[in-house]
Design a protein around this ligand. Sequence first.
Ligand code: PLP
Length: 427
Amino acid sequence: MKENWKIETQAVQGSYTPKPTEPRIPAICQSTTFKYSSADHVAKLFDLDLADHMYSRISNPTNEALEGKIALLEGGVGALATSSGQAAISGAILNICQTGQHIVTASTLYGGTYSLFANTFPKMGIEVTFVDPEADMIELRKAFRPETRCLFGETIGNPNLNVLDFAKFSTLAKEMDVPLLIDNTFATPYLCKPLEHGADIVVHSTTKYFDGHATSLGGIIVDGGIFNWNNGKFPELTEADPSYHGLKYSEKFGSAAYIVKARVQYMRDLGCCAAPQNSFLIDHGLTTLPLRMERHSSNAQAMAEYLEQHPAVSRVNYPGLKSHLSHSLASKYLPKGCSGVMTFEIKGGQEAGKKFMEACQLIALVIHVADARSGVLHPASTTHRQLSAEQQRSAGVDPGMIRISIGIEHVDDLIADVDQALIISQS
Ligand SMILES: Cc1ncc(COP(=O)(O)O)c(C=O)c1O
């Protein structure tokens, strides 16, 4: 029944349902451990014959409330909360990919993800091929190898802001018989639900719009439950796991095999679990997600239109603008708005950009995006600083580019702040 609710209702009441006299909102369960009445009960938990809580690294009631809500919002069969977005991305891939294997990814990525794929995964023996998401199918097919285990992309690239062509990417993933993994952090399920457009697994940095108030690090992996793991490529899901006395995840857990394995094997062993206090705050943030995404998107649209006609601005990059390369994809996949992040270039290059950022008063110079408060940043010298000039180009980061994360303040005040800072930038 909850599946039929509108997303506004799901975001408020979609998971935790208290019984009479129980707390109205999910309590923060700080306990790492849980009590049982019999040794048999505990043995059943360890054999995965029961799904009760065992130890908070593997599951915890507060994390569970958040996981249930996000699985519902994205339309998945289950979810696993992690300590950060980076932990969700690495975990989502390492759950099905190991040394000697390979992944294909759109090159337009958040800097931390780019670095994980370009530097850390290769050190672990996982090779990564970066593809231009605008390339045609013939070109994209060339990136795949027999040992390729997934295709990865961001719904809205950070900070390139290209909108992923889901039809093309999901067709490609199906053709290659590998799952499509999508980082839906910038869009959120309010603006786009990748599982409805052919994705198989969705990840988020819940640190961003889900929290929405810059209070808590977190990440999540959502399993669509659609991908057929019995295609010979994923023995870790279809063949016996010696660490569970020969249990086969796909046989025992069916469509939830991937997310159960992520929890009981990957999380058990790697341990990058969510902190219950953070899950509590992120769940709070989620209750207003639809309202905030509406305001972030309408504010950003107005700001982009204002900047586009400003004489001190040479280029504005926001998929809601008709001039944007991804505008038709945005109309198709983001009909309710294009989220709150945009980039632009000021006349006068990097020096003018520096003056602009330092002159902003309401919009703060911060690393973070997706907060209720507006922020500004220079990606080339910060989030994407560790990338080479060529890697920055492939991620869509220009040297003079400024990124603004538009908050939910009144748009008139935000435009007034940008207006005065633009005047100073040109002086
Ligand atoms: C699109 C995207 N994915 C993943 C991450 C990483 O998330 P976290 O900082 O929570 O580890 C970020 C961080 O900015 C991001 O913007």
